[in-house]
Design a protein around this ligand. Structure first.
Ligand code: NAD
Length: 362
């Protein structure tokens, strides 16, 4: 099978991470007789000067055509007037589901063992919808008046929209993910005891969707977000797939990455109905640009999620095992996976990729 995939190199350490990941994915696909045809495009601060924008049209066109993209991290320039390319891509392509598996691999230093949870975060609504009114603006004054004494006169205001449509599709995505990946339980996370209309709606719709999946053998339960944080720190092994609105998802995704050993090993997928974009949770780590130093695991595991999305299950399983073996052996790993970060035996980004490829070909 030939897979045509858009490859966005990103900036900062992005290009070196993408190159390492591309080589590993080609080796993994080859074990199942498949190949990739990469449509390489550029976005980010490095091309801003020549292209006049950090997100040229050809990037979106390529993803719309190929439906699948792998992306290196992209810096959000501060004070240039350009918005975040990462947010723009999710918006333009309606990638409404952010899926973050948080799994412990032996050899990654972490306080916990045997964690295997998946956070499914709604990506388009909630306090991130961008509906904000500044202190003293006519809109803020109008809302303050409407609220009849519940909001102070000197408040700025952010609106939190949660819709039936947005909730239904994200909860369905979580259940579909559970069915396709042999998961047993979906937990909806909210604060419906306080936000009775918005988060109340989220739970109500989530229950309706859960009912539709009842005969597929997926259990459903609910936790308030504050209690969920404590549960995840105390008994993470009790949880499986967690689905939630945007803000809680943002916070719990980082909590999840922290449970399994940090950003260097946390993969991610942004999925819509038409397209999917796979990227690491971490950013462009600009201080290490061009040093062949940072850990490629998060992007390689994002590529593993992409292989699953492309129905290359065998190749994905082999790749995940190869990554797990290299990390467990602890020899050909980057500095952040060594017990001492100054360990001179740490290898670079591309050498860690070589070690994973060697495992795949063994
Ligand atoms: P960052 O994730 O780039 O770095 C945070 C810390 O983690 C740093 O100490 C860095 O050295 C370390 N780190 C990150 N990735 C690593 C890796 N693969 N291996 C080893 N160590 C790693 O976060 P930041 O410094 O806050 O952000 C830098 C830029 O990236 C910002 O412009 C931010 O907006 C952007 N960003 C982009 C994305 C994305 O592309 N999706 C996500 C987050 C941040």
């Amino acid at each position: 099978m030939i897979h045509r995939v858009t490859l966005i190199r990103g900036d900062g350490t992005g290009p070196e991470l993408v190159e390492a990941t591309r080589r590993v994915l080609e080796a993994a696909a080859a074990t199942a007789g498949s190949t990739f045809e990469w449509d390489v495009v550029d976005a980010g601060v490095d091309i801003m000067e020549t292209a006049g924008t950090p997100l040229p049209d050809n990037v979106l066109e390529s993803i719309r055509k190929n439906k699948v993209a792998l992306k290196g991290p992209i810096t959000t320039p501060i004070g240039t007037g350009f918005r975040s390319v990462n947010v723009a891509l999710r918006k333009e392509l309606d990638l409404y589901a952010c899926i973050r598996p948080c799994k412990t691999y032996r050899g990654v230093r972490s306080r916990y063992e045997n964690i295997d949870i998946v956070i499914v975060r709604e990506n388009t609504e909630d306090l991130y919808a961008g509906v904000e009114y500044d202190l003293g603006s006519p809109e803020a004054r109008q809302i303050i008046q409407m609220a009849g004494g519940k909001i102070r006169e000197d408040a700025a205001i952010s609106i939190k929209p949660i819709s039936v449509t947005g909730t239904r599709r994200i909860v369905k995505k979580a259940f579909d993910y559970a069915v396709e990946n042999n998961r047993k339980k979906v937990t909806a996370v909210c604060k419906a005891n306080i936000m009775k209309y918005t988060d109340g709606l989220f739970y109500r719709v989530a229950r309706e969707v859960a009912e539709e999946y009842r005969d597929r053998g997926i259990e459903y339960d609910e936790w308030l977000v504050d209690a969920m944080c404590m549960q995840l720190v105390q008994k993470p092994e009790n949880y499986d797939v967690l689905v939630m609105p945007n803000l809680y998802g943002d916070i719990l995704s980082d909590l999840g990455a922290g449970l399994v050993g940090g950003l260097g090993v946390a993969p991610g997928a942004n999925i819509g109905d038409d397209c999917a974009l796979f990227e690491a949770t971490h950013g462009s780590a600009p201080k290490y640009t061009g040093q062949n130093k940072v850990n490629p695991t998060a992007l390689i595991l994002s590529g593993m999620l992409m292989l699953r999305y492309l129905k290359e299950k065998e190749a994905a399983d082999r790749l995940e095992q190869a990554v797990a073996d290299v990390i467990a052996e602890g020899k050909y790993v980057t500095y952040d996976l060594k017990p001492d970060r100054n360990d001179p035996t740490a290898v670079g980004t591309s050498q860690m990729a070589d070690a994973i490829i060697a495992r795949l070909q063994a």
